[in-house]
Every structure is written in structure tokens, then in C-alpha cells.
Ligand binder design. Structure first.
Ligand SMILES: Nc1ncnc2c1ncn2[C@@H]1O[C@H](COP(=O)(O)OP(=O)(O)OP(=O)(O)O)[C@@H](O)[C@H]1O
Length: 342
């Protein structure tokens, strides 16, 4: 169990992170600059929080009140950076071995080279191997140090899409086998969703609480969480019992349950929007403003017919070639998919 409750000021930036995670990977999801890396650096011991406490499996790594601040090498926390930070003058084997306990280095390196399919490049230097091999070497080096927690800071951001998917899968397997706390920092909701069952949302320096990934998608609660969870359509709204008015679109939509008084916006996910007919529940007329071709579908930009000029556009996917700019259509969404947000 990793428990974090810290505060840190850096210039104008104020971090306040509070969360706990057990033995399955936790996604720390947030927009660029919100404080994800600062949080990881505080856990790893590279940055010193101003206040608070960090406890890993009952061991206090940091406690401002008790003046405890273990140095990074005594924390038993592995940190996988965006750039893998391998030693350029060492071979792959040496990079891994150097992290292992003295006396067991050769044996641990051989075992990890085998496990991460790096035997063929064991005597190569980092610049002579691919991005994927570098990532595996970095992960093997972290595991060689026998950490009690692993922190991953956008571990796939430097890779192309194909390699990214492949390595994402490999990382997922490695973390499942690791069976100890791990925190995976990303701003990619797809990556977070595929790799972690739990998520902690970070917004402008504040992270509080862990939710299940399904919960985040089914009920993001806040506008920023909806955005981070990939919701494409967000629009201001006023709650009216089980209906919500959307003044900027001049329509109302029915929800599955009464909307909370604090509701200020609605989220409509593209995949929940349907081509519909006049008179169907939650159907409203739209004009196609633009149809942009994607690989296997068209991305439609729509303007609801009764929308105010400053109202946001609506985005949805449609079958290729079905609709083009100027067409009129009816769109609907099931009440249970209308996301009420604060
Ligand atoms: N050493 C530092 N001194 C001053 N400000 C810093 C320092 N390190 C980070 N910051 C500021 O702290 C804020 C959070 O930075 P952080 O790197 O944690 O963001 P992030 O969420 O990881 O972003 P990204 O997804 O772009 O990597 C930023 O506003 C950044 O400018």
C-alpha cells in the first residue's frame, strides 16, 4: 500500500496530492502542467514536499512532522522516466546489473535479460538499440533494484503508435506480475483505461481520491474529469428535475435520474449519440457544418438547429459518406448516457 498526502509550492504552482493505492496499477490522469511529475518526484525523493506524509507498505518515506525524509536510494521506489535515462556508456547488461544488489548482479541481470527478451542486445549500448528495447532495459533495471513501488512517468510518450501499443501491452504484463503499488502518469485516457483499474484525477495541482475507471467513464462528476476521460461534447446546462436545459442549444434533454442542483454542464460522448428521427426521446435537429474523413468513418461537426451563434458545436461519428455539409439530421442520446457535470 502506498499512501500519499503532501503539499508542495513551486513558484506560483501549488501541489496538493492525497491518494492511496494498493497492489494494482493506479493511473494519475491530468492535463499538461497539472503536477503529475512533481507528485512522482516527491514520492521518489527527488523533490522534498513542504508538508505531509508518504508511507509505503508501513515504512514512512517522508513525514514533515517527524522530520523523516529518506533519500531516494533508501525508498525502494523505481522511477521510469519519459526519457529512459540509461547510462550511455554501459551495455544493456551493465545498465541492468548496476541496479542489483552486490553479489547478485550477474545472476539478476541474466534473469532479467531473459525475461525482457533482451539477450540478443545484452552487449549493445543504449544508442544501438530501439526505443522499445530501451524501454524494456529501463524497466528491467528498475526491477533489478527490487523496488516496493514503481512510478511510470508517461513511459510511452516518446514512441510511435505501433510500438506504443506493443509496449503498453508489455508494461501491463510486467506491472501485473509486479503485484505491488505502481502509479502510471499519463494524459491519455485510452492508455489509462487499458492499463489501470483505478484512477486519480489531478486538476491544477490538486489530486484527491481514487475511483474505479468504470466510475470515471460512467459518471465523471466534473467538467475537467469528463474532458480527461475523453468526453468530446461539453455544454453549459441548467438542472430542472429529471430534465436539463441547454440554453446555448435551445433544447432540453431528459436524464435517467434527477440532476443535482450543482449541475452546470452536460457531457455527451460521441459513441452514445445516435442518428434518430423527429419525435424520438431526446432527439434534436442538427445541421452538418463539416464532415471530416477519418480512416473508417466520418467525423461530423454539427450545429443544433436552435443553437445560439456562440453555442458550441456537437461532434459525432457517422458511417463514411453518409452525410455531408448542409445536410439536416436528427440526433438522440439515451437518458442514461446524459452526463450531468459540475
Ligand atoms: N523545479 C521547478 N521549479 C518551478 N516550477 C516547477 C518546477 N518543476 C515543475 N514546476 C511547475 O510545476 C507545475 C507542474 O509541473 P509537472 O511537471 O508536475 O506537470 P505535469 O502534470 O507532469 O505536466 P506534463 O504532462 O506536461 O508533463 C508546472 O506549472 C511547472 O511549471
Amino acid at each position: 500500500m502506498l499512501s500519499v498526502d503532501i503539499q508542495k509550492r513551486l513558484g506560483d504552482f501549488q501541489l496538493q496530492a492525497r491518494f492511496e493505492t494498493g497492489d494494482s496499477p493506479l493511473a494519475l490522469l491530468g492535463a499538461s502542467g497539472c503536477g503529475k511529475s512533481v507528485t512522482l518526484r516527491c514520492i521518489a525523493g527527488i523533490l522534498r514536499p513542504d508538508q505531509g506524509k508518504i508511507v509505503l507498505n508501513g515504512r514512512t518515506l517522508f513525514d514533515s512532522a517527524r522530520h523523516i525524509d529518506l533519500p531516494p536510494q533508501r525508498r525502494k521506489v523505481g522511477y521510469l522516466f519519459q526519457q529512459y535515462a540509461l547510462f550511455p556508456n554501459m551495455t544493456v547488461r551493465q545498465n541492468i546489473a548496476v541496479a542489483a544488489e552486490k553479489g547478485r548482479r550477474a545472476e539478476r541481470a541474466a534473469e532479467l535479460l531473459r525475461r525482457f527478451h533482451l539477450e540478443d542486445v545484452a552487449e549493445h549500448r543504449p544508442r544501438q538499440i530501439s526505443g522499445g528495447q530501451q524501454q524494456r532495459t529501463a524497466l528491467a533495471r528498475i526491477l533489478a533494484s527490487e523496488p516496493e513501488a514503481i512510478l511510470l512517468d508517461e513511459p510511452l510518450s516518446a514512441l510511435d503508435l505501433y510500438l506504443r501499443r506493443q509496449l503498453e501491452e508489455e508494461l501491463r504484463c510486467a506491472l501485473d506480475a509486479f503485484c505491488a503499488p505502481s502509479v502510471w502518469v499519463t494524459h491519455d485516457q485510452g492508455e489509462a483505461c487499458r492499463s489501470c483499474r483505478q484512477v486519480c484525477i489531478m486538476e491544477s495541482g490538486t489530486a484527491s481520491g481514487v475511483r474505479s475507471m468504470e466510475d470515471l467513464f460512467a459518471d465523471p462528476i466534473s467538467v475537467s474529469a469528463a474532458r480527461l476521460s475523453g468526453c468530446e461534447n461539453l455544454v453549459g446546462a441548467v438542472p430542472r428535475g429529471t430534465e436539463v436545459q441547454i440554453p446555448l442549444w435551445g433544447i432540453s434533454l431528459r436524464c435517467a435520474a434527477p440532476a443535482a442542483q450543482e449541475t452546470t454542464a452536460l457531457g455527451l460522448r460521441m459513441q452514445h449519440l445516435r442518428l434518430s428521427r423527429e419525435g424520438m426521446e431526446n432527439a434534436f435537429a442538427c445541421r452538418v457544418v463539416q464532415s471530416a474523413p477519418e480512416a473508417f468513418s466520418d467525423l461530423l461537426t454539427l450545429r443544433p438547429l436552435s443553437a445560439a451563434p456562440e453555442g458550441p458545436m456537437l461532434h459525432m461519428e457517422a458511417e463514411k459518406g453518409l452525410l455531408s455539409a448542409g445536410d439536416l439530421l436528427w440526433v438522440s442520446i439515451a437518458p442514461e448516457h446524459v452526463l450531468t457535470l459540475r
